[in-house]
Design a protein around this ligand. Sequence first.
Ligand code: NAI
Length: 506
Amino acid sequence: MTLAFNTVGIAGAGAMGRGIAQMCAQAGSAVRLFDTQPQAAVKARAEICGQWDRMTEKGRLDPPTAAAYKERLQVVDALQALADCDLVVEAIVERLDVKRALFADLERITRPATVLATNTSSLSVTAIAAGLQRPQQVAGYHFFNPVPLMKVVEVVAGLKTDPAVCDALMGYTRAMGHTPVQAQDTPGFIVNHAGRGYGTEALRVVGEGVADFATVDRILKDQVGFRLGPFELMDLTALDVSHPVMESIYHQYYEEPRYRPSVITAQRAAGGVVGRKVGEGFYRYVDGKAQLPAEPPVPSVAELPPVWVSTRAARRSELYQLLKDLGAKIETGQSPSLQALTLVAPLGFDVTTVAVVERLDPARTVGIDLLVEDSATRRRVLATNPATRDDMRDAAHALFARDGKAVSVIRDSGGFVTQRVVAAIVNIAADICQQRICTPKDLETAVTLGLGYPLGPLAMGDRWGPANVLEVLFNMQTVYGDPRYRPSPWLRRRGAIGLSLLHEER
Ligand code: NAI
């Protein structure tokens, strides 16, 4: 394959610039690394060479190849030295004025055919290119940290970007061994936009007092298969980084309620309780390890009451089978006896509303989240309503823990934890498709590689039923009266036919 970019300049030799330089050298380009801080580029080159040495020691790189990489990677001490580059990737400070000034200089010194790319994660590519003579040569080229390990790269077309420029960057990304996805120039591009659902909805759950941080993390890891809970993730990325991103995307979308940040992170960021790097975030860290609070114990209950299941429960036959397997005494009458623990399994509605609408005794009513089938989860989640008696709550907890599966009991809210967070993720993803920011296929690729979710958000919607996700959103909209839960038209249209089926559609 002929390389589109034989000589590549990198401006800014910080965390990102050095990773990008490494990948470009490995792709076969001659790389020139420039930084305004004396010694920064020299230090960056030494670090990259150290990486190649370690790869050689481990047998993952042969010595002649490592030597060739090193020879291709050169430090330069003036911007002028990037004049004959085919591509220049900018990875300097995230400030529009500074980036604009650099691009004006680059445009002046480079050839007309040179592609000028920015690694910005939050600024508009169109705004960076505005005022230049050749905005068609400018594209976003968004890598993730750490660059060699994060295999996805967003290629972003500004308003005036020549499609051939994006195509060349897509091909070059593949030559690096990474996976390119193409995005329109919109706030957060794909990954930082699609990632809004997870943290913000989890923060809302905690902000409403429905469950604490650790419980929310446990539920989402055990029920959905996320590798990190949202609060563990925020501790890792640190709130001084992630809270401003939440605010920026929210404001850039003119206060779209789906992206509304939380006062919880605002206050914690202000207080310096930002995460693992300072030893304290949502969790405390001792020797870098999160100190997890103990799980509430399973209550011991001498005798379990009979159980009656609402006729409108989600996955009703599955719930009956589960109750049988757990050895419950099941009531099958039209209505529960006066002793019965009454189970409801709503989608989107809160337990209180269901009890009132179905004329059940709220004192004996407990909810269970069955969006995800029981056999696919490692945790069951129950919700009480404000009137639920302690003995009924304890009986439900003990019953559902009988086979050793973990159980969390949370307070009543529309949509439990998993329903809320999954619905928020799927709805935002659907809206990304609606806005045609990228293809559904690129969305799935970007999210699985960039965010490490167990499934792409559209596949997640299909996995637990687009109609169920829609039902959760419609009902939550009723419970909260909040436009945040308004289903995207894209989701409404595809609710009946599946989301990821239409991957190829643009
Ligand atoms: P950094 O602070 O580690 O490095 C920036 C480097 O640019 C510094 O060495 C600085 O001396 C140099 N610099 C500043 N002005 C310059 C100029 N006019 N010309 C040449 N060099 C200049 O920053 P980092 O984290 O590497 O970020 C760079 C860019 O990448 C930013 O736009 C950031 O938003 C973006 N980005 C960062 C990610 C991250 O996780 N750190 C992820 C994705 C994108």
